[in-house]
Design a binder for this molecule. Structure first.
Ligand code: MG
Length: 396
């Protein structure tokens, strides 16, 4: 029998901002929108949520719902540092910690009782230390698996603790709405709503054969999850890599230079999107080619100043590609890597060029749309080639 803790920071971005500027405490605060009302809400304080503001909502709509809210642009670098400190606290209490996102962790507490105390005690100590050293509140879920622990912490928000005893998983989940069950996308939820299934318990009671006929392999998973069964282990990760990369192996080797250049642009778009999500900028770009004969070469260039913008990065990568792509051998793999990462100049507020600022706004909007509707929802002019099969977007 396992004991899993899910710990989730409450209103993370907003709480970090309130720590930096205590006059914002207890007030409606919105991170991610800009004063002109463009962009998308990344996070909202509980006071703003009470007015109906939700993350993912256009900032203009948030302003209409809650005109008195303070709008902040957000500071990815600051959040990342707070996040790192949060995880280092959790790691002091358990050797097996998984970062589920920037502000939520799973910790496997199995077998730690003798060493560290009862799981509830450990969980509360982690929360107390997070509050004392970072000034951040969090919610705790304890259960025999990740799924139930996560739903537990969600029901305990804000600043609560939910413990689900082994054997009571299905009973705990049954009265909750379907939106609480992780892994149910809007498509599946819509279909289930058509069958008048709104609570997790109703889904749990459905015939698993019917679910599998309707949803395929996902159907079986839905049945297991709705019944509170989940065998996934807590997987420890190392610290985030000092570079961001994307590469693609082509299904067939190619010598088509325009195709390669447009794939290069797509890879740059993806890698730059990851940078922007983390609030980072890269100073060095590296291009990698692997030929059909498995000879691999790479070239790097250093930018005059760090950036997170696709066109600027591509301008540096394209000449590298043209210099490298001289052998008369077909290409098997192409990769882009961005390194020497730094927190963006947005925080420093130095030398903001108008054109870059406009681009940055544009890309912020694009990232938001991509996040909600998938990467292919928006593609800029350059990136027109059909994605080759096997494009997993895996980090290099
Ligand atoms: Mg959170």
């Amino acid at each position: 029998m396992r004991t899993i803790l899910h710990i989730d920071l409450d209103a993370f971005f907003v709480s970090v901002e309130q720590g930096r500027n205590p006059s914002l405490k207890g007030k409606p605060v919105i991170v991610g929108g800009d004063p002109e009302g463009r962009g998308v809400v990344a996070a909202a304080s509980y006071e703003a949520r009470a007015a109906g503001v939700r993350s993912g909502m256009p900032a203009a709509m948030a302003r209409r719902l809650c005109p008195e809210a303070a709008f902040l642009r957000g500071d990815g670098y600051l959040y990342l540092r707070a996040s790192e400190r949060f995880f280092s606290i959790v790691r002091r209490y358990s050797p097996v910690v998984e970062a589920a996102s920037v502000d939520e962790a799973y910790a496997d507490l199995t077998g730690l009782q003798r060493l560290m105390g009862h799981p509830v005690e450990i969980a509360v100590r982690i929360r107390d230390e997070t509050r004392a050293t970072l000034g951040l509140e969090s919610s705790l879920g304890l259960a025999a698996n990740k799924l139930v622990a996560k739903v537990g912490s969600a029901t305990a928000k804000p600043n609560g603790l939910a413990m689900v005893r082994p054997g009571y998983e299905a009973a705990f989940l049954a009265p909750q709405g379907l939106e609480r069950l992780p892994g149910i996308g809007p498509g599946i939820r819509q279909k289930l709503t058509m069958f008048n299934i709104r609570r997790i318990g109703q889904l749990a009671a459905l015939d698993p054969v019917l679910l599998e006929e309707t949803f395929g392999r996902v159907g079986r998973l839905l049945h297991q999850r709705a019944n509170g069964r989940d065998d996934r282990p807590v997987v420890s990760h190392r610290a985030p890599p000092p570079s961001v990369g994307r590469e693609i192996t082509f299904p067939e080797d190619t010598v088509d230079a325009p195709l390669l250049e447009s794939v290069l642009y797509r890879l740059t778009e993806k890698a730059a999107g990851s940078l922007r999500r983390e609030g980072l900028e890269a100073r060095t770009v590296t291009l990698k080619l692997r030929y059909a004969d498995f000879v691999t070469c790479s070239r790097s260039a250093t930018l005059p100043s760090p950036t997170d913008l696709d066109p600027v990065l591509y301008e540096a990568l394209l000449p590298l590609f043209r210099r490298l792509f001289v052998r008369r051998v077909a290409v098997r793999l192409i990769g882009v890597s961005l390194s020497r990462l730094v927190g963006g100049p947005r925080q420093l507020g130095l030398f903001e060029d108008r054109r870059l600022e406009r681009l940055r706004r544009l890309y912020k909007g694009i990232d938001a749309v991509r996040e909600r509707f998938g990467f292919h929802a928006l593609t800029l002019g350059r990136s027109v080639a059909r994605p080759p099969a096997g494009d997993t977007g895996a980090a290099a």
